[in-house]
Design a protein around this ligand. Structure first.
Ligand SMILES: [Zn+2]
Length: 283
């Protein structure tokens, strides 16, 4: 499932490839992926993109926002396997291509989603810099602040909860941007056991954790994200962060700090990877 660094890389790829280019046509082959109050009028909505161009590609949490200058917007939630691929008109079309942007010449941008958990919302008016209120009004749920923009004080205040720190880090209404991979990596880098109560994380530990969260996310963005099976950006590049993971997916392998075996436990229903020596439950 794409997390923040992967969605950020998809956004960067789209900025390089389609920003400001006039669109000939947007065709949808799977209207079932379109949600929200404008889903019934998807044909007339998409028709308005002819002759316009996407002037902004932004990310909010794991959502990707493609907007025009007059704030007409497409908001993608990529699900497990949603991705964009640059193609030529003559190329074979993937079986699970749901949306195609055609550009003058013969270039196309395909939105492909094999497992079909991805969703698309249509907005007549959405400010890509401040999209939250419009997205909430469409029933997309509320989002916490971006992990990369949080201050230590605000982060520490967010930790006032009896829930485990891992559960809290994954709660997108508290803070956004961390999924399973980067939550495990950030907790390991901070020496914090994921089952510890959030409320019992001290302010110094909270500062360390936030610094590690930002560091892990930034390194993962620079490495192009993490690819396990499916993720690639619009140019077909896969993420290179996988080989730099320290705990996620490394159960049974030696810890890169202490040499002890990495363990996989289940916490709040999620596979969770820890080094029991480096992340003591009762520090
Ligand atoms: Zn260790």
């Amino acid at each position: 499932m794409p997390e923040l660094p992967e969605v950020e890389n998809i956004a960067m790829g789209l900025r390089q490839s389609i920003l400001g280019r006039p669109i000939d046509k947007v065709a949808c082959f799977s209207p079932v992926i379109i949600k929200g109050s404008r889903s019934e009028q998807w044909q007339s909505f998409l028709a308005t993109f002819a002759g316009r161009s996407i002037t902004s590609v932004t990310r909010r949490a794991k959502r990707l926002i493609l907007a025009t200058t007059d704030q007409r917007a497409l908001v993608f939630q990529l699900g497990m396997t949603g991705k964009f691929l640059l193609k030529q008109r003559s190329d074979d079309r993937h079986k699970h291509t749901h949306l195609v942007f055609s550009f003058p010449g013969d270039q196309e941008l395909h939105y492909v989603d094999t497992r079909r958990f991805g969703r698309l919302w249509l907005f007549d008016c959405l400010d890509p810099q401040h999209p939250d209120a419009a997205m909430e009004a469409e029933g997309m749920g509320s989002l916490g602040p971006e992990a990369l923009r949080l201050t230590s004080n605000r982060f520490h205040a967010l930790l006032d909860s009896q829930r485990s720190i891992k559960t809290l880090l994954l709660d997108q209404t508290r803070l956004t941007g961390l999924g399973n991979i980067y939550a495990d990596e950030s907790l390991f880098a901070s020496g914090i056991h994921p089952a510890r109560s959030s409320r019992r994380i001290g302010s110094e530990e909270a500062t360390t954790l936030l610094r590690q969260i930002k560091g892990v996310l930034r390194r993962a963005i620079r490495a192009g994200g993490t690819t396990f099976s499916d993720f690639e950006n619009a140019y077909g590049d896969i993420g290179r962060f996988r080989k730099r993971l320290k705990v996620y997916g490394r159960q049974g392998e030696p810890c890169r700090s202490c040499g002890g075996p990495i363990e996989r436990i289940v916490l709040a229903g999620r596979g969770t990877h820890i080094c029991p020596r480096c992340q003591p439950q009762d520090p």
